[in-house]
Design a protein around this ligand. Structure first.
Ligand SMILES: *[C@@H]1O[C@H](CO)[C@@H](O)[C@H](O)[C@H]1NC(C)=O
Length: 470
């Protein structure tokens, strides 16, 4: 094998890989094309806080914000972001194209704090209605077409105390079933639907069992994955002292993927993220498929990795950012060899291993009767909305005028670079285009990287690395 490094100044389409959908087989996520297991290394992303979703903007509607933050995601070394609230009436094509090009997947909650866009945990019957369902289905319909939509989260910590545990469980299950029904009817691939649970010993395991089970004969309302919000590793801890050993015990027999949908205790600061090597080690990766660190931007609750100056849009990388980045850097991604699964076994896709439901789940009341069939017409007809698609990006889309600073307030000498790792649909970055000329016999481009700076206005550098001869 012969390797050449060539730097060229034009964009070569057709040499980058597609963005591969992620799918679930048994207890793990897999890249549906390479068959390698996929472990979530991500962050929770809701700049401006949960209430910053309006008629005009949301976290993935502002292209310049995406151009500012996605190079930082890549610098951090993540492969997924979770976003809590989006407005399905806004356009997200450019940000989704950018994320996909950067190799980053989206886990999307379908709720928002706005009226008619979430379930009321104490009186769910007042909020489980057609207006709410339409909101949920519009989001799903819009995000189905993107290959980098990894999954949908039906609810976040809806059950968090005794009263909500008595009233909400059947509503969550119904909603999960509605969402799965919509996807089954309208999506070419099975996009997973899950739930994100509060870290409460009283409910987290029984709720996981209730949401995992399937009522044979009715439509499938079992979750495809279970997210656990966990803030129990604070400061210097280990597998035992943090209680992670008990978490593994609690979920080791779960039939579906489990991951931390939020983690990163901030009782001891700055955070060192010492849990990262443990989370992706053999003590945990058989049970947990990684996790999402809470959270990217600094908000009032003090969990940020970066702080954003609202006036200028400039970004300050906090100590936590560097600490997390270094932890990721030294922590390898578990492979199929680590999991000891043969490719044969891992490729068997049709496994339905949801256990059957029982009548009782500890500390939960599951007897409430939910109005049936509210979703039927929506599912049959489909909802009206702008369906997402990957689009062309040009130089101006990838240009941002924000500056980056380190924790001490010194401007970074090199701005983080946006690096394109996937060719997404028709994405073309303007600039002279040229086909890869297959000179010689059987030149094959195996991997390319197009590196762009957020503040780089002129010139695109395409580095074709690893040109293989065979
Ligand atoms: C999306 O995934 C499918 C299935 O792997 C693939 O055929 C298609 O090319 C992908 N699309 C993009 C834009 O990457």
């Amino acid at each position: 094998m012969h390797r050449l490094i060539i730097g060229v100044l034009f964009f070569v389409s057709s040499v980058l890989a597609d963005i591969h959908p992620i799918e679930i087989r048994g207890k793990h996520f897999y890249d549906s094309v390479t068959d390698e297991p996929f472990f979530i290394r991500g962050i929770d992303y809701q700049p401006g806080g949960s209430s910053d979703v309006t008629d005009e903007k949301d976290p993935l509607s502002d292209v310049s914000v995406c151009a500012r933050d996605i190079p930082l995601f890549q610098d951090l070394g993540i492969n997924a972001v979770r976003v809590y609230s989006l407005n399905p009436d806004l356009n997200h094509d450019k940000c989704m194209t950018m994320l996909a090009s950067a190799g980053i997947y989206l886990i999307l909650d379908v709720n928002s704090p706005l009226i008619n866009q979430h379930l009321n945990r104490y009186e769910p019957w007042t909020t489980y209605n057609p207006i709410y369902l339409e909101h949920v289905f519009k989001l799903i319909a819009q995000f189905i077409p993107y290959n980098n939509t990894l999954g949908f989260i039906a609810g976040n910590e809806i059950i968090n105390d005794k009263r909500s545990a008595q009233r909400s469980p059947p509503y969550i299950k119904q909603l999960v079933g509605d969402m799965k029904g919509y996807i089954k009817a309208h999506s070419p691939r099975a996009i997973p639907v899950g739930y994100s649970a509060a870290d409460d010993l009283k409910y987290r395991v029984s709720l996981s069992k209730y949401l995992e089970c399937e009522d044979k004969g009715t439509h499938d309302s079992s979750v495809d994955f279970y997210g656990v919000n966990s803030y129990q590793w604070c400061g210097d801890q280990d597998f035992q002292s943090s209680g992670y050993d008990k978490l593994v015990d609690a979920y080791k027999d779960y039939s579906k993927p489990v991951f931390f949908s939020e983690f990163g205790c901030n009782e001891v600061t700055p955070r060192k993220f010492g849990e990262i090597p443990t989370l992706y080690s053999d003590r945990m990766y058989h049970t947990f498929s990684g996790g999402l660190v809470y959270e990217f931007t600094q908000e009032v609750n003090n969990y940020g990795l970066v702080s954003v100056n609202e006036e200028t849009g400039d970004v300050y990388l906090l100590e936590d950012f560097e600490a997390l980045k270094n932890q990721y850097k030294q922590t390898p991604h578990p492979t199929s060899t680590d999991l000891k699964i043969s490719q044969d076994k891992s490729t068997s896709r049709i496994v339905n291993n949801s256990p059957a439901c029982t009548n009782k789940y500890t500390n939960l009341d599951i007897t409430a009767k939910v109005v049936p069939k509210l979703a039927t017409e929506f599912i049959r007809k489909g909802v009206k909305c702008d369906k997402g698609k990957y689009v062309n990006l040009d130089k101006s889309d990838l240009t941002c005028n924000s500056k980056y600073y380190d924790a001490n307030g010194n401007q970074l000498s090199r701005s983080p670079k946006f690096s394109i790792v996937n060719e997404v649909g028709s994405v073309k970055l303007t600039g002279p285009e040229k086909k890869a000329s297959n000179s010689g016999n059987g030149l094959r481009l195996s991997r390319t990287n197009l590196i762009l700076g957020c503040s780089m206005v002129l010139g695109f550098i395409l580095d074709i690395v690893s040109i293989m001869f065979f």
